[in-house]
Design a protein around this ligand. Sequence first.
Ligand code: GH3
Ligand code: MG
Ligand code: MG
Ligand code: MG
Length: 315
Amino acid sequence: YLLKKNLHEVDYLVRLLIRLKRNPAIGVLVIDDSAAARRIICDHLNILQFQVFECDNAGAATGILSKNRQIRLVIVDYILPDGNGGDLCAQLRKTYARQDLVIIGISGQSEGKNSARFLKSGANDFLQKPFTSEEFQCRLIQNIEMWETTQEIQENANRDYLTSLYNRRFFYRSVQKWYANCARRHFSLTLAMIDVDFFKKVNDRYGHEAGDQVLRGIAQILEAFFRESDIIARFGGEEFCIACVNLAPNQAFTLFDKLRKKVQDTPIPSEQGNLHVSVSIGVCTFLGPDLTSMIQEADQQLYQAKGNGRNRVCM
Ligand code: GH3
Ligand code: MG
Ligand code: MG
Ligand code: MG
């Protein structure tokens, strides 16, 4: 296939292939009622080693998307048997943000209105049919690079650099949504503030680098301990914050005390050898009037745990 192409086209293809090797699970959904048009597009995508999904109507598209979370790119025709690509695009945007799902509209109609219709409905890009394979590849790489850059920026904005846990900003933003949902549906929401005991001494005795390694070690313990649905964040300095939904209030103490023991019993490797630290934990299990008051309550309980001698859970 490559031998039939010009050199600059090969260069582009190679760039795409290297990119996809790094990001192998990118799925693409092609929605076009013309089997011939679908064939041409899917052939291109298969050569580029995307994981290709296809369908010929709007209704099937939403089902395929919700079942296959690896789909990052949608290529959609304008005129479909059960509607049009613009409306489908607008509908998809209610669930999938522009930065999470790339939508490229295509249309064979030549009066030129469909590009604006697609873009106004939230499509990232548009291609007029018929297009050359080279233009198709250029649009693909352009949109995938943009998607990757946005993902990277988003990840950097949400994560703490030292531990790779979520940061305080992300914690507030996502738990705020949880709070509203729990309040409406009378679900339980549990918040815990965790603070390393005498951490200043770790720094003073073993150095700042070892201190950083301890913080990374605690982050790893937390990630292994909690479920994927819980949110674990570094709140600041040597403080961490956890939010759990659907944890029965009477199970909270047992859970967090188990965590406390786990930290106490786990040697954390550092450049100064294995280090041992303990944590104090304050927990709030009742749904307060707002999220801030729940965090304040957990903080108050943490203060209590410190006052009662540290290495303990208060709630
Ligand atoms: P307590 O048991 O009362 O919590 O005592 P503590 O020493 O842990 O608390 P204190 O607030 O006095 O000290 C926290 C220390 O954490 C001081 C600060 O230098 C250190 N620290 C904060 N952020 C970092 C970090 O990113 N890396 C390292 N190595 N140390 C940090
Ligand atoms: Mg069509
Ligand atoms: Mg502290
Ligand atoms: Mg501390």
